[in-house]
Ligand binder design. Structure first.
Ligand SMILES: *Cc1c(COP(=O)(O)O)cnc(C)c1O
Length: 376
């Protein structure tokens, strides 16, 4: 059996090695390392895949969130509603821009923010909602968009973990996650579902004026070289990464299928176990399984993690500390929040190896090892 990793990038690379190596050498030969042809091509390809009018590429998923918040003209003190149960980038950029992060509960089933928690957190200062499609499962966007409309709020979808997920509205229309809100953002960090071989990110919107502003902000606030209309930043996807992404984007649906197959295998092994809850799959969205995350009850999670490690099976806690309990947010009154569902999940979740190259033998070994520990 091949050694088991949380994410096996090497095996995935070997399958596309010829194509990737040729593309990278093409960039080397062109020496157009910044803003070479593949960058624009990739933006167009991704826009077509997502059904988004505009895709603006940038340096990483954190920048994508920051540039989005800058482009919406949010002012210091404006409140931005985000989940506490997320990767730090989502909440950090809010604070970095001197906006006020307002942490809300997530739903125990979907791991995402829901309409009730959002409505309760809205004040006259609220300007935006940032739903995170955590682990590859979509937040309930139809309801979130209704609330946003009612209260005149922007919605920035943090789609870093759910690229490729299809969202079906109650009238039957379908959209990709990340293209439903005012703006969507993603990351091409290597381990993400669509990952490059370094850092990368992108922003999506259907709004022409907003797209123009996003592009300017990512490029020092200029449209015309050396004429800077507003304060921006420097955030670029480099050409080598775009060349890799053009190849990986063609395979994205296949990669998602492979992840879903692995998830189905795990589900079968764990379903109906009294101590294990397998990932929920809402009818409105297709789960793209960036992570395969179980909820464990009456199981010593740390001991399970250690036991699996002795069997050379990695497992991870995403995330061990929610935002409202991070020292970073102490001065934003983090500790005054009461988010029992978030704390409950934080103590019980565990993520198993999940990637595009998992083989049945590995899945069987992982799931039977988990059960061996829990049943004894
Ligand atoms: C990975 C990730 C980001 C940040 O992406 P980087 O490219 O690492 O900056 C933001 N939000 C979520 C939910 C993520 O998983």
């Amino acid at each position: 059996m091949r050694p088991i990793q949380m994410v096996d990038l090497k095996q995935q690379y070997l399958k596309i090695k010829n194509e990737v190596d040729t593309a990278i050498h093409g960039v080397l030969d062109s020496t157009a390392f910044i803003n070479g042809k593949p960058v624009g091509e990739f933006a167009n390809n991704l826009a077509a895949y997502l059904g988004s009018k505009h895709v603006i590429t940038c340096a990483n998923g954190t920048d994508a969130l920051q540039i989005s918040m800058m482009a919406l003209g949010l002012e210091p003190g404006d409140e931005v509603i985000t989940p506490s149960f997320t990767y730090v980038a989502t909440t950090e950029v809010v604070a970095l821009l001197r906006l006020k992060p307002v942490f809300v509960e997530v739903d125990k089933k979907t791991f995402c923010i829901g309409p009730e928690a959002i409505e309760k957190a809205i004040t006259p200062k609220t300007k935006a909602i940032v739903p995170v499609h955590l682990y590859g499962h979509a937040a309930p966007m139809e309801e979130i968009m209704k609330i946003a409309k009612k209260h005149n709020l922007f919605v920035i979808e943090d789609n870093a973990q759910a690229i490729g997920s299809d969202y079906t509205f109650s009238d039957g229309t379908m959209k990709k996650t990340g293209t439903i809100g005012t703006i969507g953002t993603t990351s091409f960090f290597p381990s993400k579902n669509l990952g490059c071989y370094g850092d990368g990110g992108a922003i999506f919107t259907d709004d022409d004026a907003l797209a123009n502003k996003l592009k300017m902000i990512a490029n020092h606030g200029q449209q015309k070289r050396y004429y800077h209309e507003m304060v921006g930043c420097n955030s670029r996807l480099d050409t080598i990464q775009a060349a890799v992404l053009n190849i990986k984007l063609k395979n994205l649906d296949e990669y998602i299928d492979a992840r879903r197959k692995a998830a189905d295998y795990y589900d079968k092994a764990f379903v109906d176990h009294p101590k294990i809850t397998v990932p929920y799959r809402a009818k409105y969205g297709t789960h793209v399984f960036h992570q395969y995350t179980l909820i464990l009850e009456n199981v010593d999670r740390d001991k399970l993690n250690e036991f699996l490690a002795t069997k050379n099976i990695p497992s991870m806690i995403y995330y061990p500390v929610p935002a409202h309990r991070q020292e970073m947010f102490a001065k934003f009154g983090g500790s005054s929040y009461n988010l029992p569902a978030t704390d409950w999940l934080t103590e019980r979740v565990i993520s198993l190896p999940m990637h595009t190259e998992l083989e049945e033998e590995q899945l069987n070994y992982i799931s039977s090892s988990v059960l061996e520990f829990i049943n004894h």
